[in-house]
Design a protein around this ligand. Structure first.
Ligand code: MIC
Ligand code: SF4
Length: 645
């Protein structure tokens, strides 16, 4: 049997372990990326490791999330990030240069290399044949220091694409169809490798939309081959030298197979409040729309914006609906400005936003109360838009443009002939907003405004772990539920004491006070706990409040790793029925927790309130067990470094 592309790249980067699904392996990381909302912590952690300069081929620090600057906090963070990047050898993409994933795809992605990013949508660069994985900031800090990235080898799912997308049907509809079929935990422990004759007609930006939103499947990453489309894209970016052809062997074997016929695919939409609540657009057509937003790392490429601009040209947005447009990068912005598409947007009544995450992370453009917002984004969790009762629908740029014109959800195929235009032979190539690190790092002073607070560190695991159940939640709890973002909370990402007040705020505003009252404790949850964002603040801030562990039916990958990285026990009910037999404020005790963690398997938990015991599974590797025992990865790394050889 031949090899799949994923295994070829993993083999080249393997440091230890076996390429056997489920086995722990470590891979070498060529490139890293951070964004400002997770980056400040990541660089504080890197600094704490005492390594003088990054040891990757390339590390880039982006500023794209915290851009509103309604107070000093965001600007403080930007200066911190700029100076620390310069000191430690990291390229710095200045605010205004664009969304990290879009810019990285355009200017830095290299087929066949590995990329680790402190953002869950890092898999975007899989659209160009990279193995690009999202992780917590601490894992990225370790990779910047030259350390390998540890993961359990995912299964590789071959997604066989047949046929060709029909007019008005987009890359976004492919990934929405995947979400409809597999649901948002369907990709846990998996890599999706797209292949088959249908791949050839998909452009790099379309592929990047698919791999980007593979994050919503819970996948470790998604990847496309590197072929003629890739060669053309890189050449148009002035980076022909970065091209490497990459494909699976013709007889490659996959752990699982999914088939999609592009010929018959229709425009799709994810309905409130989860990205996997997917229907055909034709099933929800006619619903009144108050707002349409074009942008985010999923759909803000030159291709996406040109599609919308050409659809709107000569028309105006429906009077009942507002339209916000975000070009994904300065490159896209410059190009639509040069070719007149920006004028078409303005003439159509669009509100043009700067190149940043913006409304996707609740930084402005909150919809009206109970309003319907159609967005080309990737997440529609309750409240994420900034309006708790807004109804957010996720769709392609084509569907979003049609809906903006009609003021109701509209199948774009109703608009008649699809506009046609060619992808550019040459993109604007101007990297002047990417700053090169200093050649004299000793002369660089790292600027820390009052928003930058020191990093809290956990204690090693005690002999007995005990505490109250602080909260009991259901299935699909996202890291947006645990640690909300938005204009009020996001600026506090560098200030753990302040941000910890907002933990679980939208689920239970009393959570932080209860945690303090009981001196910490446990959280109980359902399936797919911690889906969504990679923000390690969803582990770090609860840790600051005294959280000791989480007991759930199942975890999402990145959040589970983040819990371990900060010394919090990720426990899974051995018998899911025990979930029903536990209540908020029950007093739990785990005796001899140290031995249990070392053994890595089952732990007995005593529910003193209910006077019963139940079992939970830890399923940690020996390395993860040692990290938990040390009270987190930073402690573990320090102890490992201090240990005699
Ligand atoms: C998101 O889309 O939720 C974010 C904001 O980009 C996060 C990272 C963060 O919380 O800073 C992500 O996707 O990882
Ligand atoms: Fe930014 Fe939204 Fe993409 Fe997250 S999903 S990186 S907030 S654009």
């Amino acid at each position: 049997m031949g090899k799949c592309l994923t295994h070829k790249v993993f083999e080249e980067h393997k440091v230890s372990g076996e390429l056997k699904a489920g086995a722990e392996i470590a891979i070498r990381i060529d490139q890293t990326l951070t964004q400002d909302a997770t980056g400040t912590m990541s660089y504080l952690q890197f600094e704490a490791m005492g390594i003088p300069r990054v040891r990757t081929k390339l590390s880039v620090s982006y500023v794209d999330h915290n851009m509103l600057q309604t107070g000093f906090e965001n600007a403080d963070d930007h200066l911190f990030l700029q100076t620390i990047a310069s000191k430690y050898g990291v390229y710095f993409s200045r605010p205004g240069n664009g969304i990290c994933h879009q810019v990285h795809l355009e200017r830095f992605s290299v087929p066949g290399q590995t990329l680790l990013g402190s953002d869950s949508h890092t898999p975007t660069c899989g659209g160009l044949g990279m193995i690009s994985i999202g992780a917590g900031g601490l894992d990225v800090a370790v990779a910047m220091g030259g350390g390998p990235f540890y993961l359990n080898m995912p299964k590789v799912v071959g997604v066989h694409l047949r046929g060709k997308l029909q007019p008005w049907v987009a890359g976004k509809d492919i990934i929405l169809e995947m979400l409809r079929r597999l649901k948002c935990s369907g990709g846990t422990g998996k890599i999706f490798e797209y292949h088959g004759e249908g791949v050839a007609s998909l452009t790099v930006p379309e592929r990047a939309t698919v791999t980007n939103m593979g994050a919503e499947l819970g996948a470790t990453t998604s990847v496309f081959p590197s072929d003629d489309q890739t060669r053309r894209f890189l050449a148009a970016q002035g980076r022909a030298q970065d091209f490497v052809a990459l494909a699976p062997d013709p007889n490659a074997s996959y752990d699982e197979v999914v088939e999609i016929d592009l010929n018959t695919l229709e425009p799709m939409v994810a309905c409130p409040h989860n990205p996997d609540n997917v229907k055909k657009v034709s099933e929800v057509e006619g619903l009144r729309v108050h707002q349409v937003c074009i942008g985010s790392c999923t759909n803000s490429s030159y291709k996406d914006l040109m599609t919308v601009a050409s659809t709107l040209k000569g028309k105006t947005v429906h009077p009942n609906c507002t339209l916000a447009v975000t070009p994904g990068s300065r490159q896209v912005f410059q190009m639509i400005s040069q070719n007149g598409a920006l004028t078409d947007f303005i003439a159509a009544g669009a509100r043009i936003l700067e190149s940043a995450c913006g409304p996707c992370i609740g930084m402005g453009q909150a919809p009206p109360s109970g309003g319907v917002s159609v967005r080309t984004f990737n997440r529609n969790f309750e409240g994420r838009s900034g309006t708790p009762n807004a109804q957010v629908y996720l769709a392609s740029p084509e569907t979003a443009a049609a809906s903006a014109l009609h003021g109701v959800i509209t199948d774009p195929r109703k608009l008649g002939r699809a506009p046609t235009w060619d992808l550019p032979e040459k993109y604007v190539q101007d990297d002047s907003m990417v700053l090169t690190p200093s050649a004299q790092p000793e002369q660089i002073e790292v600027l820390r405004g009052p928003n930058i607070k020191p990093l809290p560190i956990n204690q090693p695991l005690p002999a007995v772990l005990g505490g109250r159940v602080l909260l009991k939640v259901g299935d699909d709890i996202s890291t947006d539920h645990i640690m909300p973002a938005g204009a009020k909370v996001l600026p506090l990402r560098s200030n753990i004491p302040a941000i910890s007040q907002f933990v679980f705020e939208r689920v239970d505003p009393e959570f932080a006070n209860r945690a303090k009252k009981f001196g910490g404790g446990f959280v109980v949850g359902g399936s797919n706990y911690g889906q969504g964002s990679s923000r390690e603040h969803a582990a770090l801030a609860p840790m600051f409040l005294g959280l000791k562990g989480v007991i759930v039916k199942s975890f999402a990958r990145i959040h589970r790793s983040n819990l371990i990285n900060f010394g919090l026990l990720p426990m899974v009910f051995a018998d899911p029925a025990d979930y029903e037999r536990i209540d908020r404020e029950d007093l739990l005790e785990i005796p001899e927790v140290g031995a249990a963690v070392k053994a890595g398997k089952e732990i007995t938990v005593r529910n003193q309130t209910k006077d019963r015991t139940f079992s939970v599974k830890l399923n940690v590797t020996p390395r993860e067990g040692a990290i938990l025992a040390a009270g987190g990865l930073l402690n573990y790394t320090r102890t490992a470094a201090a240990a005699p050889n």
